[in-house]
Ligand binder design. Sequence first.
Ligand SMILES: *[C@@H]1O[C@H](CO)[C@@H](O)[C@H](O)[C@H]1NC(C)=O
Ligand SMILES: *[C@@H]1O[C@H](CO)[C@@H](O)[C@H](O)[C@H]1NC(C)=O
Ligand SMILES: *[C@@H]1O[C@H](CO)[C@@H](O)[C@H](O)[C@H]1NC(C)=O
Ligand SMILES: *[C@@H]1O[C@H](CO)[C@@H](O)[C@H](O)[C@H]1NC(C)=O
Ligand SMILES: *[C@@H]1O[C@H](CO)[C@@H](O)[C@H](O)[C@H]1NC(C)=O
Ligand SMILES: *[C@@H]1O[C@H](CO)[C@@H](O)[C@H](O)[C@H]1NC(C)=O
Length: 754
Amino acid sequence: MQKSLQIHVFSFTFLLLLLLLPLLTDSQLTSSESQTLLEIQKQLQYPQVLQSWNDTTNFCHIRPSSSLTIICFNGHVTELTVTGNRTSKLSGSFHKLFTLLTQLSSLNTLSLTSLGISGSLSPKIITKLSPSLVSLNLSSNFISGKIPEEIVSLKNLKSLVLTDNMFWGFVSDDLRGLSNLQELDLGGNKLGPKVPSLPSNLITVSLKNNSFRSRIPEHIKKWNKLQSLDLSSNEFTGSIPEFLFSLPSLQILSLDQNLLSGSLPNSSCSSSKIITLDVSHNLLTGKLPSCYTSKSFRNQTVLFSFNCLSLVGTPNAKYQRPLSFCQNQASKAIAVEPVHKVKEKDSARIKLGLVILIIIGVIILAAILVLLVLIVLKRRRSRSEDDPFEVNNNNNNERHASDKVSVCSTTTASSKSLPDSTKTINRILLSVGRVPQTMRSAVIGLPPYRVFSLEELEEATNDFDAASLFCEQLYKGCLREGIPVTVRCIKLKQKSLPQSLTQQMEVLSKLRHMHLVSVLGHCIASNQDHNQHAGNTIFIVQEYISSGSLRDFLTNSRKKEVLKWPQRMAIAIGVARGIQFLHMGVAPGIFGNNLKIENIMLDETLTVKISGYTIPLPTKVGEESPQAKHPWSNEDREKEDVYQFGVILLQIITGKVVDAGSSEMGSLKLQLENGLRDEPSELSSLADPSVNGSYAYESLRTTVEFAINCLCEDQSKRPSIEDVVWNLQYTIQVQQGWRPSSGNHESSMKAIYE
Ligand SMILES: *[C@@H]1O[C@H](CO)[C@@H](O)[C@H](O)[C@H]1NC(C)=O
Ligand SMILES: *[C@@H]1O[C@H](CO)[C@@H](O)[C@H](O)[C@H]1NC(C)=O
Ligand SMILES: *[C@@H]1O[C@H](CO)[C@@H](O)[C@H](O)[C@H]1NC(C)=O
Ligand SMILES: *[C@@H]1O[C@H](CO)[C@@H](O)[C@H](O)[C@H]1NC(C)=O
Ligand SMILES: *[C@@H]1O[C@H](CO)[C@@H](O)[C@H](O)[C@H]1NC(C)=O
Ligand SMILES: *[C@@H]1O[C@H](CO)[C@@H](O)[C@H](O)[C@H]1NC(C)=O
């Protein structure tokens, strides 16, 4: 009796859900939010990407793309991402636009980039923005003024990106109220001279290319989660503080193009976390800590050209300035430091007099500056009034060159906490969404390695067919956390116990590196039934890199243009570091990695991720034992990787796609060998035309020499992977010191380097 009642209730609910389904999936915005969006379109002066919007547009059903994403939930917009392609300022006031944005009361992600927006962020508007805002990206516009202190009222903000605008200061020097902030990118503004106090949960911080003019602030000491810090292209003075090298999570530290003096601390050697350290173009003196001059295996890339380091006898010596240069510049740099520096030495009267003089000077200077600013502002205002509506269509190809295609079709919205019956609906509802920006870029580190359940993978891959456990193929998918992944399915030959397999899986958890398509986790499934091939199937979950392979870049004429010489060198060293990690960073080393340009993936920032490398696993079905497959010694296979690296390098240099060992490759190698002996113009003519004008000849020459060494027929003459990394680092330093010989409007500091 009771049971049948239950069944009735159940089927009724089911029916109701079925009936509701079409209604729910057809979700529409409230008409007021639709109106707001149309009004936003108008205020943005109808940018190209919004051209198709009109009264009948169903905003929740617009296919998300890299330039436009709208996500709705319960009739409200939760994400609005519009990426324009304007490179000049629009005329008119944007106050109305900002006011409209406050009407989208459920926004959690707002990204309006390259749309020509000008004006300033008024405190009133900031406080009225949706309180659930998690990510705010206004990069590449023309927004000016100070960053208001009310920004701290956006308590949930995790990512704040105001790159490439015209902000020139902070109203408050305490922004610690943004306690959830993980990603802060203020690069390419005119901010300074002091760095405000920032919250301590930050993971990535970029203040590059601003006007900060102080010592490196002490409070960075407390940023325990910091993984990436970019202070480059400012005027930071003083010495490089030791505490930077004790930060427990720091991986990337860029201090280049500043006025830093003193020596590079010895403690920089002891930090094993730091992968990239760039201190080039500063005023450093003294010796380099000894660890950098030894060739032993290090995970670090360290760039230190264009200082005054004493490096007698090393190849880098010619890229150092004379000691007197740094001493002179450093003493000038100290003179513009804030008053406390001067306070220390007030013993002599003469000095006191000097101080007073300086202060008077500063006051007069400040007055003049204020006057100038006023004049400039006035001018700018009157100019902006008659600025024509302009859309640029040529400078900006690069930005769009790697149009992203997101594989993730489920968003992160809390589907985990919802009961199962509603989950399906939720998935349909949100199926137009995609991973929020923050998820993809805020975290450099990967989620911790874990063992997945089969259900989880089924959910992640959606169409993943559990019946086809007989597989050796790749699935694309998306984890609940919004991370796009590929799932590789491998069927094992022998039927081992899950426990012993788990032990063998341990090596998988080590395959995580900045330059590898890293392994995120695995899942073991046993399938005993319905055929004689009973055994274990392993699913390996790896990162998914959507932007494409090096091959895609080299064969697509538009993408190829993005790869200038410095980018190509960065790619080469990325590949080398990935290989170095496989050879030396895991034990036992992994050799014979099937390296080819198809397997070199490039992510959105052109960072190399090697895919298709050997994953050490128990024997697979239909395969010989590993020994039979690789009858060679490890050394053979190590040098085979170096050879394949040489082939990749050859293709990077010439832009020609050739097969390893083909006659085409042979003749290309011969041409380059001859080019080395000939005039520089001969070698230059063999380089890919896309890199013309972007390389230092010396850098090209050493790279070519090096590629040829890697391709030596006699494998004992091929360099080791450590030599590869070491030498490429050298060619990058050479390249760094080189500037194209065009007009130079930069500061006198940089002019001296020419
Ligand atoms: C609105 O745009 C759609 C296509 O985006 C078009 O088919 C329709 O005719 C437009 N309606 C009006 C009223 O312009
Ligand atoms: C720094 O920013 C200015 C504009 O503010 C830009 O023109 C310049 O290219 C940037 N420099 C670097 C090294 O990014
Ligand atoms: C760094 O170490 C070297 C030798 O180990 C020593 O001579 C030098 O004084 C040290 N430098 C600093 C700044 O401690
Ligand atoms: C290199 O990095 C790995 C992790 O990526 C780490 O386990 C290893 O200790 C590092 N090796 C050195 C020499 O720093
Ligand atoms: C950029 O603007 C130009 C000029 O309006 C347009 O033709 C082009 O399609 C735009 N590109 C994108 C990606 O929106
Ligand atoms: C901000 O927008 C720019 C331009 O669209 C994009 O390149 C960048 O990845 C965005 N950053 C974040 C964190 O969303």
